[in-house]
Design a protein around this ligand. Structure first.
Ligand code: TXA
Ligand code: MG
Length: 332
C-alpha cells in the first residue's frame, strides 16, 4: 500500500495501476472510493475480497461525463438525461438497465448498473487519465464507516489496496443519493445530499421509497456504517438526563452532539458537531471513527431533527446506532 498526494504523476500511476487490474482508492466529493477497472471482472473481484463484501452486492461505476452513459446503460430514459444534466458531476448515482458488455461482477449479477459522475477534481482527472469506467464502492471494510480522509482508507484496508490518492477531506461526507430509474417508476434507494424534492422537481413526478429489503441495496441494510463501540441515539430533549444516568452507572461515554452543551467530566469524551446539516455531514464519519478508537463503553448520539436537509444523516445514524431504550434500560 502506498499513500500519495494526488498530483499529476500520482494520477498517471493510478491510471496505469487500474489498467493492470490493480486497486486504487481515490477521493470523491462524498467519501473515498475503492476503485478498479469496471471492465475487468478479475480486478472487480479484488474489490470484494479487499472489503470482505459479499459478491452479490452491486458497485457504482464512476464515469467522466454524461456522454459515457451509453457506454454502460441500455435504453437510457429521458429522466436519466434530465437528472444528469441537472446534477452531474455530483452526488447522485442512477440505476439503469445495463448493456450486455457490463460484467455481472460489477452489478452483483443484476441486469442493472449504477452510474455516477463524481464532482471532485482528483476523481475526474483519474477518470480522464484512465479513459473508462471505474467501479468503486466506499473504501471501507464491509459494514464499517465510510472513509472521508485518505488516512481512514489506509486504516481500513492496509495492503489490500495498491495505491491511495490523497485529495484531502471529502467536502460532503455522506454517500451519494441513489435513484433507480430502471423500472416503471423512479425509486429512491438511498438518501444523500441531493434531496428527494430536488429530484422530484426535475422529474415532475413523485419518487417511491424503497421498502426495507437488504440485498438489493446493501446501503439500505439495517446494520451498516457501524462503529465497533456500541452506539446509541437519543432524542435531543432526553440527551442530558441520559448522560447523567450513564455517568451514574460509571460508564465511559463518547458524546456526539450538535446542540447540547454537556459539562466536562473525566468519564466523558465529547465531540461537538456543527449545528448545520452540511457541516455535520462533513464531520460525522470522522467523529465516529475518533470516538470508536477510545475504547469507550458506549457512544451516545444526539438525534438531529427529522427535516429534509437532515434526511441522509438520519438515515446513516439509524444504521450506525440503536435507539437508547434498547440497552441498558434507563432508570426513569
Ligand atoms: O457516494 C458514493 O456513492 C460513494 C462514492 C465512492 O462514489 N460510493 C458508494 O458506494 O457509496 P457503495 O458501494 O458503498 O454503495 C453503493 C450502493 C450500494 O448500496 C448498492 O447496493 C447500490 O449502490 N447499487 C449499486 N448498483 C446497484 C444496482 N444495480 N441496483 C441497486 N442498487 C445498486
Ligand atoms: Mg459503502
Amino acid at each position: 500500500m502506498k499513500l500519495v498526494t494526488a498530483d499529476d504523476s500520482a494520477i498517471a500511476e493510478a491510471a496505469e495501476l487500474l489498467r493492470q487490474g490493480g486497486l486504487v482508492a481515490f477521493p470523491t466529493e462524498t467519501v473515498y472510493g475503492l476503485g478498479a477497472d469496471a471492465g475487468n471482472p478479475a480486478a472487480v473481484q479484488r474489490i470484494f475480497s479487499a472489503k470482505g463484501r459479499p459478491a452479490n452486492h452491486p458497485l457504482i461505476v464512476h464515469i467522466a461525463d454524461m456522454e459515457k452513459l451509453e457506454d454502460w446503460a441500455y435504453q437510457v430514459p429521458e429522466s436519466a438525461r434530465k437528472l444528469a444534466e441537472r446534477f452531474w458531476p455530483g452526488p447522485l448515482a442512477m440505476v439503469l438497465k445495463k448493456k450486455p458488455s457490463v460484467p455481472f461482477a460489477v452489478t452483483g449479477g443484476q441486469e442493472t448498473v449504477a452510474l455516477r459522475v463524481p464532482n471532485h477534481p482528483v476523481a475526474l482527472r483519474l477518470l480522464r487519465a484512465f479513459g473508462s469506467g471505474i467501479a468503486a464502492p466506499s473504501a471501507n471494510r464491509f459494514k464499517r464507516i465510510s472513509p472521508t480522509q485518505a488516512v481512514h482508507v489506509a486504516e481500513e484496508l492496509g495492503d489490500a489496496v495498491d495505491l491511495i490518492l490523497d485529495g484531502g477531506p471529502c467536502r460532503i461526507g455522506v454517500e451519494s443519493t441513489i435513484i433507480d430509474l430502471s423500472g416503471p417508476r423512479p425509486v429512491l434507494l438511498r438518501p444523500g445530499q441531493i434531496t428527494r424534492s430536488q429530484i422530484e422537481a426535475v422529474l415532475q413526478t413523485e419518487l417511491s421509497i424503497l421498502a426495507q429489503s437488504g440485498t438489493r441495496a446493501p446501503g439500505m441494510m439495517t446494520v451498516h456504517y457501524a462503529p465497533t463501540t456500541i452506539a446509541m441515539r437519543c432524542p435531543a430533549e432526553r440527551f442530558k438526563e441520559t448522560v447523567q444516568a450513564l455517568l451514574g452507572q460509571g460508564r465511559k461515554v463518547g458524546l456526539l452532539s450538535y446542540s447540547q452543551t454537556i459539562a466536562a467530566h473525566p468519564e466523558i469524551h465529547r465531540l461537538d458537531l456543527p449545528a448545520r446539516a452540511d457541516g455535520y455531514a462533513k464531520s460525522l464519519y470522522a467523529a465516529l471513527r475518533e470516538l470508536d478508537r477510545l475504547q469507550l463503553d458506549l457512544i451516545l448520539v444526539e438525534q438531529p431533527p427529522e427535516t429534509a436537509e437532515w434526511q441522509a444523516i438520519n438515515d446513516r445514524l439509524r444504521k450506525a446506532t440503536v435507539p437508547f431504550q434498547a440497552w441498558p434500560p434507563v432508570p426513569e
